[in-house]
Design a binder for this molecule. Structure first.
Ligand SMILES: Nc1ncnc2c1ncn2[C@@H]1O[C@H](COP(=O)(O)OP(=O)(O)O)[C@@H](O)[C@H]1O
Ligand SMILES: CC(=O)OP(=O)(O)O
Ligand SMILES: [Mg+2]
Length: 414
């Protein structure tokens, strides 16, 4: 079964084509800078030179059309597919599933309506996820499409973790609560850690997804019991351009003093804060590390704050889990920045976690980075959201042939 996985972001589309159930990647790549006149297309086929071009790609439909075209064109060898209708199913990352979706579902008009309604809560993500779905429907008519939600892995958080201490009527009226995101990544990494631990499923695991967006999850068994992102992907850790936790009182004060509109306040929190806001230099961690090495003070401050916030959350989640067996680092920064891992890992002694500095600096790919004596195991685990999406897509398409619905409407409210 050939499964095409799409992760449509605000200005990019990432894709992977899998042969399932073997999970062999037949092709992968991305289109970046969609909407600009020099979009960058990268297409990779295992064992061949990557194919890279720059061209004008103005919207997601065109980007997906281009990608499907790449699959049927010959580049440094034969085409990956003879015809695009060899694709049996398409799996989509959808960031916000609200309370409606506790698992992956086949895309229907009602599912699309829900995703559209939830766009208000994830404006940087859901509209593009939906655009990806509609483009794929248009270009691959009749091929089953499956939505895999970032929120699903956190759907079983207990009430005391997901509620805000706001007037309860706001939850009943608008479902204002914490949802959590990056679920496919936390799920993949926790599964890998369980395998590495040789644990039957009871391990207490803290997964740190440190990418452009960043979140931490406290995982027990096959789901998370708490996570740092909330109603929207803004809460929690300091991120590339997002503030993470802020006293709502400070926000109200700044809005009043600076006479900010809602849109301006939103842009301040989501686009001009975090590592970029503190450093005044960049949101990209590589640039920040280089600047810090060159003696730049605001870059150093951003790094200190970044690691400190992660350490605080690890402490909180060790408390939430009543202890911790393993901590894993993943995504762009978690996988590649030995320095951020060192800043976090060097002060976890109180938990019985001892980072091995040499193993940490040498880590490439999946690696154990704690010492042999460390009671808590520390790992680097490269994430793979796409394989989670491909597996769920196969499961939903297969289950669809049986009378079992993967969707459980949220009955939890109240
Ligand atoms: N070698 C590296 N050292 C430090 N940071 C890195 C390295 N490689 C990538 N990153 C950082 O990872 C972040 C992007 O992570 P990624 O998971 O790709 O983000 P997203 O999927 O949210 O776009 C950027 O801040 C980038 O600088
Ligand atoms: C939910 C979220 O923040 O996703 P990303 O890190 O891809 O922006
Ligand atoms: Mg990401």
């Amino acid at each position: 079964m050939k499964v095409f996985v799409l992760n449509s972001g605000s200005s990019s589309v990432k894709y992977k084509l899998y042969e399932m159930p073997d999970e062999a990647v037949l092709a992968s790549g991305q289109v970046e800078r969609i909407g600009m006149d020099d979009a960058a297309v990268t297409h990779r086929v295992p064992g061949r030179e990557p194919y890279r071009v720059q061209e004008e790609i103005l919207d997601h439909t065109t980007a997906i059309q281009r990608v499907l075209g790449l699959l049927t064109e010959a580049h440094d060898g034969a085409a990956v597919l003879q015809r695009i209708d060899e694709i049996d199913a398409v799996g989509h990352r959808v960031v916000h599933g609200g309370e409606a979706f506790h698992g992956s579902v086949r895309v229907t008009p009602a599912v699309k309506r829900s995703i559209r309604e939830l766009s208000e809560l994830a404006p940087l993500h859901n509209p593009h996820n939906l655009a990806g779905i509609e483009a794929a429907e248009e270009l691959l008519p009749g091929v089953p499409q499956v939505a895999v939600f970032d929120t699903a892995f956190h759907a079983r958080m207990p009430r005391h973790a997901f509620l805000y201490a706001l007037p309860h009527v706001l939850y009943r009226r608008y479902a204002v609560r914490r949802y959590g995101f990056h679920g496919s990544s936390h799920r993949y990494v926790a599964e890998r850690v369980r395998t590495l631990l040789g644990d039957g499923g009871t391990a207490r695991i803290i997964t740190c997804h440190l990418g452009n967006g960043a979140s931490i999850a406290a995982v027990q068994g096959d789901h998370s019991i708490d996570t740092s992102m909330g109603f929207t992907p803004l809460e929690g850790l300091m991120m590339g351009t997002r503030s993470g936790d802020v006293d709502a009182g400070a926000l109200l004060y700044v809005m009043a003093r600076e006479n900010l509109s809602l849109a301006e306040a939103d842009a301040m929190l989501n686009k001009h804060s975090g590592v970029l806001g503190i450093s005044g230099l960049a949101s990209d961690m590589r640039e920040i590390e280089e600047a810090a090495d060159a003696g730049n003070e605001t870059a150093r401050l951003a790094l200190e704050m970044y690691a400190y916030r992660i350490r605080k959350y690890i402490g909180a989640y060790a408390a939430a889990l009543n202890g911790v067996d393993a901590i894993a680092f993943t995504a762009g920064i978690g996988e590649h920045s030995w320095r951020v891992r060192e800043d976090v890992g060097a002060s976890l002694g109180y938990l019985g976690a001892e980072l091995d500095p040499e193993a940490n600096r040498a880590a490439r790919g999946e690696a154990l980075i704690s010492t042999p004596h460390s009671r808590v195991r520390l790992y680097v685990v490269p994430t793979d959201e796409e394989v989670v999406i491909a597996r769920d897509t196969v499961a939903v398409v297969t289950a669809d042939r049986e009378p079992v619905a993967a969707r459980r409407p949220g009955a939890r409210r109240g």
